[in-house]
Design a protein around this ligand. Structure first.
Ligand SMILES: [Fe+2]
Ligand SMILES: [Fe+2]
Length: 178
């Protein structure tokens, strides 16, 4: 994200966030949700890679993959809804210089949602291929891996950009303001 959008970033370097007097529960919770999303996404990729590397069988993939993917995508979707409807409007009201940055983050949510929908479609194809056992399993796994790889790439960038906007704003204005 450009410096003029993340205009508080230079004033509040990430290495000092946690020691700042205004770093409170909300900032901590925000960072915690982001780190759970990163690790839930990585878990899904790990299990799919284990199948691609022939470390586990199709049945094991099916069992391990469905609950992990569901919980990751639900968590992600829920988090973005709360941001769009509750927190981003509050930040825009709090500081007009942040409006353009939050507009960009909201546009990211839209892109990420499209990528999430594609991930669900490819997950369905993968599960169908695993149940049919008609030889399409490996190809379907590769397609799914590409799709979720794209989703996670978008998400990583988004989470980092959002932290650069949200955390300095919380430190600058204080969490009570929200
Ligand atoms: Fe977000
Ligand atoms: Fe977020």
């Amino acid at each position: 994200m450009a410096d003029d959008l993340a205009y508080l970033r230079a004033l509040y370097p990430a290495s000092d966030w946690r020691s700042h007097a205004n770093f409170g529960e909300l900032a901590n919770f925000w960072m915690h949700v982001h780190s759970s999303l990163r690790s839930e996404g990585a878990d899904v990729v790990r299990i799919v890679d284990a199948y691609r590397g022939r470390e586990i069988e199709g049945l094991h993939l099916q069992q391990a993959f469905v609950p992990r993917l569901n919980s990751f995508l639900q968590h992600l979707d829920q988090h973005h809804r709360i941001e769009d409807h509750v927190y981003f409007p509050k930040f825009r009201q709090l500081d007009a210089r942040l409006i353009a940055g939050f507009d960009l983050l909201e546009a990211d949510h839209e892109l990420i949602h499209q990528s999430l929908v594609a991930t669900v479609e490819h997950a369905r194809e993968l599960l169908a291929a695993l149940s049919q056992r008609a030889g399409g399993e490996r190809q379907a796994t590769d397609r799914f891996a590409d799709t979720i790889g794209h989703l996670l790439m978008l998400l990583q960038q988004h989470l980092a950009d959002e932290e650069d906007l949200v955390i300095p704003a919380l430190l600058e204005h204080g969490e009570q303001a929200l």
